[in-house]
Design a binder for this molecule. Structure first.
Ligand code: COA
Length: 165
């Protein structure tokens, strides 16, 4: 089996990224989507990331997108030193170091872009993701109690932040 590569996203990855996002969203546990947005919206998102230098990386197993990580710079001037991170890896590829590789590459790119702070939200019961974020330096800054509701169940949302400089 070929080693799994981590690469900046390209237009050729849009459909694979959309499929991976849809797979993780449909697990109904981890993301704030329950399915991927329409393909054209995903294409716009990726094109905007590429055009504006918002870091986004994908993990590729034999050419298939099996994970992603993106950091989007906030649009307002007073928040433009901040970016919001999102990521996911499809089942079967988790807990073998890919998350660590993806997030490290994406944070390094955000630092190179001059971002000062990265924000993220994580469901309180997602202990694996929280462990990864803490390992790369994120600090828990707050909790939005009952911040999401999935299938009638409320889940707290942990707000985390990382200062880059
Ligand atoms: C969360 C996620 C990105 C983590 O990526 P991963 O590839 O599974 O994790 P890694 O193998 O890179 O592990 C990273 C670190 O977390 C630790 N970790 C892994 N699984 C863990 C678990 N179940 N509990 C606690 N810590 C765990 C590892 O020990 C590792 O630390 P190390 O590098 O010092 O050994 C991935 O599992 C995933 O996409 N999950 C579903 C979607 C999701 O949760 N997205 C994030 C929404 S906020």
């Amino acid at each position: 089996m070929e080693p799994i590569g981590i690469e900046p996203i390209r237009e050729a990855h849009v459909e694979g990224f959309h499929a991976a996002l849809d797979t993780v969203a449909r697990e109904r546990r981890y993301l704030s989507f329950l399915e991927a947005p329409p393909l054209e919206g995903t294409r716009d998102f990726v094109q905007d990331n590429i055009r504006n230098g918002h870091p986004q990386f994908v993990a590729l197993a034999e050419g298939r997108v099996v994970g992603w990580c993106d950091i989007r710079r906030h649009p307002r001037e007073v928040h433009a030193h901040r970016g919001t991170l999102g990521m996911g890896i499809i089942p079967g590829y988790r807990e073998r170091g890919l998350g660590r590789r993806l997030i490290t590459a994406t944070i390094d790119a955000a630092r190179a872009q001059g971002l000062h702070r990265i924000d993220l939200d994580v469901h309180a019961d997602n202990l694996r993701a929280r462990a990864l974020y803490e390992k790369v330096g994120f600090v828990e800054e707050g909790i939005a109690r009952d911040g999401v509701r999935i299938d009638g169940r409320f889940i707290d949302v942990v707000q985390m932040g990382l200062l880059l400089s």
